[in-house]
Design a protein. Structure first.
Length: 286
């Protein structure tokens, strides 16, 4: 009975945050303004996390925002993300060079207004908006899916908890494809294909980030890796003679696949010998 009650609580919190996400994507459409980022529902989610943690009588440290090791863990996450994407960019550039279509790599922020595409923003303001927006994003998503939910589910079976949280994280990303279909920017078949692709890829990323959190005992390495994943593709763009970022999916797939396999290998090697993660710490109290 207790397990069912906790699952209902997790789903209720998820739905509240998901409704806020839908409202921003379909009504406010902040990501289609000059800000270029849907961040209001993320701020709302951060408030929800804080309220739930406070009501439970715990602290943010209990869900992974510990007060030590944040620099070491963050540096490791940045190193993992940057090294994997360096390989992803290299593979994409190599393919374009072989096809004789490579035109260079450019550094700028892409932002979108409601009616037009405002591309190639290089001002410090747009850089700050991009960085702050992505920081808010990883703070909320890691705090919710790798912090609060695993703590609430409080299970001794890591993969059970991780699978639930990662699947919720995957479904979290279907709003974009659905909006594109409703706005007439994609077909129904295209919406289904994009939604399935995002659910699968985001679920796998969620699994990787959960393993990182488990091994580190905090959220910071996962946050840093997540931050690189979201930010680097918004700042570094590969141009070819036929367009810009046409093979972005390949770049991301290479980076995330290698990253997942490396983390999985280390996790399986260390799961009985590494540091206790958030789920382990929860077990030790029971």
């Amino acid at each position: 009975m207790k397990d069912k009650r906790v699952i209902r609580q997790v789903l209720t919190i998820y739905l509240v945050c998901f409704v806020a996400r839908i409202f921003e994507y379909f009504v406010l459409r902040t990501d289609q303004t000059i800000l270029g980022e849907a961040f209001i529902h993320k701020l709302f989610g951060i408030i929800v996390i804080c309220l739930v943690v406070r009501r439970s009588g715990e602290t943010l440290s209990d869900i992974g925002f510990v007060k030590n090791d944040y620099i070491r863990s963050a540096v490791k996450g940045l190193a993992l993300g940057l090294s994997m994407f360096a390989i992803g960019y290299f593979v994409e550039i190599l393919i374009l060079m072989q096809n004789r279509t490579y035109a260079g790599i450019r550094f700028y922020v892409s932002a979108y207004a409601v009616d037009t595409n405002i591309a190639k923003q290089t001002s410090v303001l747009f850089m700050l908006i991009c960085i702050i927006g992505n920081f808010i994003n990883v703070l909320m998503e890691e705090g919710l899916f790798r912090g609060l939910f695993p703590r609430m589910l409080n299970s001794r079976r890591f993969w059970n908890v991780t699978s639930i949280c990662s699947l919720l994280f995957g479904v979290w990303h279907i709003v974009g494809p659905v909006r594109n279909y409703i706005d007439g920017q994609s077909s129904f078949q295209g919406m289904i294909a994009n939604a399935v692709m995002l659910i699968v890829s985001s679920t796998l990323v969620g699994l990787k980030l959960a393993m990182i959190t488990y091994m580190e005992g905090n959220l910071y390495m996962g946050m840093a890796d997540h931050f690189v994943n979201n930010t680097i593709v918004n700042l570094f763009h590969i141009e070819s003679t036929t367009g810009t970022d046409e093979m972005m999916f390949l770049r991301i797939t290479v980076a995330q696949t290698m990253s997942f396999l490396i983390v999985l290998f280390i996790f399986l090697e260390r799961k009985n010998h590494g540091k206790k993660g958030i789920i382990n710490k929860t077990e030790s109290r029971n």
